[in-house]
Write a protein that binds this ligand. Structure first.
Ligand SMILES: *[C@@H]1O[C@H](CO)[C@@H](O)[C@H](O)[C@H]1NC(C)=O
Length: 303
């Protein structure tokens, strides 16, 4: 090892000596190369892009390698360009992009399903409950003898071992939450429209809150819809055992996760592990709406 080290140092020394000899011999033109620069007598550069960046430059959209996505032990931010779409067992003529799963310690899965024409989603695996929210297009559920239409902004909950099939004739974009049911109760199929769900008291908070599933011990998670006017922010700086999977549906703001502060906008998804400090401020010029999974009612010690 010692002799290899000596050879390396020797080579560097020889290289430096050669440079010292050659440098004074090279003409200024050779050093400056073919493209003139200010220091080589070329035109004076100006930096208008640095003085007045365009909105496009501020968005960083087209800079290769740039992403706001981040992954840490207790949280992750997944922005649109980081979604990976793939075929998934049970989904026909549809692709899915998983954003949260037990692979990173979560007690649930959160994914988007891009359903094409004449597509379908088979029931979830045995013992798994599923919540589906329609983001775009139209889906339908065959529930017993009924055929239930689900338009944008509507949702359906399928209890564990449901045999109902989700389908779409003309295509639909869905947000899906799934969990291995762990409450020991009797959850039942339900569906509805977000705006039909009543607003719940939130004081001292100012945001508007809806919970899309019944608040009983039959359910081991709920799905909240939270609305903020521009400038509104969370009063509490929560740290809790519950886990979250969030999708920003509308608006922009800053999400604080642990010691990091993330600018976020519609389309961004967030995974929050237990006990990550969390806080949000809606700072865009338009209202924020997000949908968020929260596990509930299961004993934190035994769950
Ligand atoms: C779901 O079905 C499996 C058998 O396929 C059964 O073991 C399990 O208890 C059922 N789960 C629920 C919550 O009904």
């Amino acid at each position: 090892m010692k002799s290899i080290g000596n050879i390396g140092l020797g080579s560097v020394a020889a290289g430096l000596a050669l440079c010292a000899i050659l440098a004074p011999l090279a003409s200024a033109a050779e050093l400056c190369g073919l493209e003139p620069t200010p220091s080589c007598g070329g035109d004076i550069r100006e930096y208008s892009a640095a003085m007045r960046p365009s909105d496009e430059a501020l968005a960083f959209d087209n800079l290769p390698g740039f992403t706001r996505s981040a992954s840490h032990f207790d949280h992750a931010v997944v922005s649109v360009e980081s979604r990976v779409w793939a075929g998934q067992r049970g989904w026909k003529k549809a692709t899915t992009a998983h954003i949260v799963s037990p692979a990173r310690g979560a007690n649930f899965a959160m994914y988007l399903a891009d359903m094409g024409e004449e597509s379908s989603g088979e029931p979830a695996a045995a013992g798994v409950e599923r919540f589906a929210m329609v983001l775009t297009g139209e889906a339908s559920v065959r529930h017993g003898k009924k055929n239930i239409q689900l338009g944008p902004n509507s949702y359906a909950y399928f209890p564990p071992n449901s045999t109902d099939v989700l389908s779409s004739e003309d295509g639909a974009g869905l947000l899906i939450y799934e969990r291995l049911y762990s409450a020991g109760g009797k959850p039942v199929f339900s569906h509805g429209e977000v705006e039909e769900s009543p607003l719940l008291p939130t004081g001292p908070e100012v945001f508007k809150l809806r919970k899309l599933l019944p608040q009983t011990t039959d359910y081991d998670f709920n799905v909240h819809i939270m609305d903020f006017q521009p400038g509104e922010y969370l009063w509490v700086k929560e740290v809790h055992y519950n886990q979250h999977g969030l999708l920003l549906l509308e608006g922009k703001g800053i999400y604080r996760l642990g010691d990091k502060w993330y600018p976020v906008q519609a389309g961004d998804a967030i995974w929050m592990a237990p006990y990550v400090p969390q806080w949000y401020a809606a700072l865009g010029s338009t209202p924020t709406r997000y949908v968020i999974y929260k596990d509930t009612t299961v004993d934190p010690l035994l769950g």
